[in-house]
Design a protein around this ligand. Structure first.
Ligand code: RB5
Length: 149
C-alpha cells in the first residue's frame, strides 16, 4: 500500500472525491491536499501542493485532477523530481509508469468518466517502472534545468 497525495481544483473536486474514496477502500493512505468544495480556485496551487509532497518524499505518488488534467500537470511538473503525466485511459496510465517513471497521475474530470478514471488509476498503481532503456531518458528529464525567465 502506498501513501498518496491527492489534489484538485473546483473542476476536478468531484472526481478527486470518487478516486480518494476508491484509494482508501483499497487500503492506501491518502493525504487530501484539497480543494474541498466547488468554489473556484486556481489549479496550480493544488498541483504544487501534491508535487511538493511527492518531491519531499512525504508521499510516494500523487493524484491530480482538474478539468482537463493538463494545467495541474503543468504546474506539478515545475517541481524538481516530479514527473506528472496526464492520462486518459488504462494504456496511457500504465505506459507512463512503465516508461516515464511517472510519480504523479493527472486526470481530467471534464474529459473522462468516473469508471474509466478509476480503471486508469488502478492501472497506474499496478504498473511498475521498467528501467533499462528508459532509465537514461528519465534521467535526462530529471536533469533538465528549470526554464529561465
Ligand atoms: C478550470 O476552469 C480549468 O481551466 C482547469 O480545471 C483545467 O482544466 C486547466 O487545465
Amino acid at each position: 500500500m502506498a501513501r498518496i497525495a491527492a489534489g484538485a481544483d473546483h473542476a476536478g473536486v468531484h472526481l478527486k472525491g470518487v478516486l480518494v474514496a476508491h484509494l482508501r477502500e483499497l487500503g492506501h493512505e491518502v493525504v487530501d491536499c484539497g480543494t474541498h468544495s466547488a468554489d473556484r480556485v486556481d489549479y496550480p496551487d493544488f498541483g504544487e501542493a501534491v508535487a511538493r509532497m511527492v518531491a519531499a518524499g512525504e508521499a510516494e505518488l500523487g493524484l491530480c485532477v482538474c478539468g482537463t488534467g493538463i494545467g495541474i500537470a503543468m504546474a506539478a511538473n515545475k517541481v524538481p523530481g516530479v514527473r506528472a503525466a496526464t492520462v486518459h485511459d488504462v494504456t496511457s496510465a500504465r505506459l507512463t509508469r512503465e516508461h516515464n517513471d511517472a510519480n504523479v497521475v493527472c486526470l481530467g474530470e471534464r474529459l473522462i468518466g468516473a469508471e474509466a478514471a478509476r480503471e486508469a488509476l488502478d492501472a497506474f498503481l499496478s504498473a511498475s517502472y521498467e528501467g533499462g532503456r528508459h532509465a537514461p531518458r528519465v534521467a535526462k528529464i530529471d536533469a533538465l534545468l528549470p526554464s529561465e525567465r
